[in-house]
Design a protein around this ligand. Structure first.
Ligand SMILES: Cc1cc2nc3c(=O)[nH]c(=O)nc-3n(C[C@H](O)[C@H](O)[C@H](O)COP(=O)(O)OP(=O)(O)OC[C@H]3O[C@@H](n4cnc5c(N)ncnc54)[C@H](O)[C@@H]3O)c2cc1C
Length: 295
């Protein structure tokens, strides 16, 4: 490893949408910023690695007046211009990277994981960033650190107060909140993509895939052919199907400490759903998916 020390005005860790917006906004305000992201791409859950659509509260059609303005809208308009035909998240990754790189006050570090922090007199004095791709360990000093890791990694590392789980109705009076708060979180999810091939693509499931022979295994989960018909889940040209937002697990477990176990269970269940669609679902669904291969 090489060891380097640098000084910034602001260090942002985590390159999801909040981290990218915080870093660009600070840089545009004229301060020197470092943005560090542990993965090779920016965007967090919205990146090509996870595919969550970055629409926030303006999801789908029912609350489009809630669409974010500002920097996110600037990025989304560029995305609409560069990827007008399909929701191609690899292009989204590149727009986020380009937007960071064109800020003269912003240094972007990809493959760069925040791995520790040092406190002095009750404040964070520096953080340690390990960039695996260049085998370099950085120490960044700054007066301001932004924890945009999604999982409050920095806050936890320095012993800051934070909360996790659902608030109870007794706390903020939200009518849809549970009576009492608990530790439950959003679950982890796997989006499976199916690609259309030029010939039939049979699916022979491995032995560890759970068997879901009847549609009654998914009583509350619409999944037959109409649910991924054109205009819903398909790309415009029908070449890729994105299956299904509801394949989620683990919100009642610890989505960090149990992550590997949840991930294994999700792989099994996703393949089980695909096996159901390809080999056991309605004849129309099986026919519609005859030439599709999950990838
Ligand atoms: C199953 C599910 C479905 C969702 N559906 C939607 C939806 O349809 N539309 C919507 O708008 N929102 C949706 N959300 C919410 C949305 O994903 C989050 O609000 C958003 O991702 C929060 O952004 P974030 O930057 O805090 O976290 P993330 O998107 O997780 O980004 C955090 C980033 O920090 C990086 N990071 C973590 N630790 C470190 C470290 N130590 N060092 C460096 N980098 C680090 C991660 O690699 C990641 O890139 C969904 C969430 C879930 C879980």
């Amino acid at each position: 490893m090489d060891y380097k020390k640098k000084q910034y005005d602001v260090v942002v860790s985590g390159g999801g949408i909040p981290g990218v917006c915080a870093a660009i906004t600070a840089a545009r305000d004229g301060v020197k910023v470092a943005l560090t992201e542990q993965r090779p791409v920016l965007g967090g859950n919205s990146s090509s690695l996870a595919l969550v659509p970055p629409h926030g509260a303006a999801a789908l059609w029912h609350s489009r007046m809630a669409r974010e303005g500002g920097l996110l809208e600037e990025l989304l308009q560029e995305y609409a211009y560069r990827s007008p035909l399909a929701d191609n998240r690899c292009i989204w990754d590149l727009i986020l990277k380009e937007w960071c790189e064109r800020e003269p006050n912003l240094d972007l570090y990809l493959n760069a994981r925040l791995s520790g922090a040092e406190k002095r007199e009750g404040r964070i004095a520096n953080v340690t960033i390990t960039q695996t791709s260049t085998e370099t360990e950085f120490t960044f000093e700054a007066p301001v650190f932004v924890d945009a890791t999604g999982d409050a990694f920095l806050s936890d590392a320095v012993g800051a107060e934070f909360r996790k789980g659902r608030e109870g109705k007794d706390e903020f009076g939200e009518m849809l909140a549970p009576e009492k708060g608990d530790e439950k979180t959003l679950p982890s999810a796997l989006y499976m993509l199916a690609h259309r091939r030029s010939q039939p693509a049979p699916f022979n499931p491995p032995s560890w895939v759970p068997k879901h022979e009847g549609c009654d295994h998914f009583p509350h989960r619409p999944h037959a052919v109409g649910k991924f018909a054109k205009g819903k889940f398909l790309t415009e040209d029908g070449s890729i199907i994105q299956l299904f937002w509801w394949c989620s697990l683990g919100g009642d477990r610890d989505t960090i400490k149990d992550n590997e176990e949840i991930y294994s269970d999700l792989i099994k269940e996703s393949m089980g759903i695909w096996d159901h669609l390809k080999n056991h679902c309605t004849p129309e669904t099986r026919e519609a998916l005859k030439c599709y291969e999950a990838a």
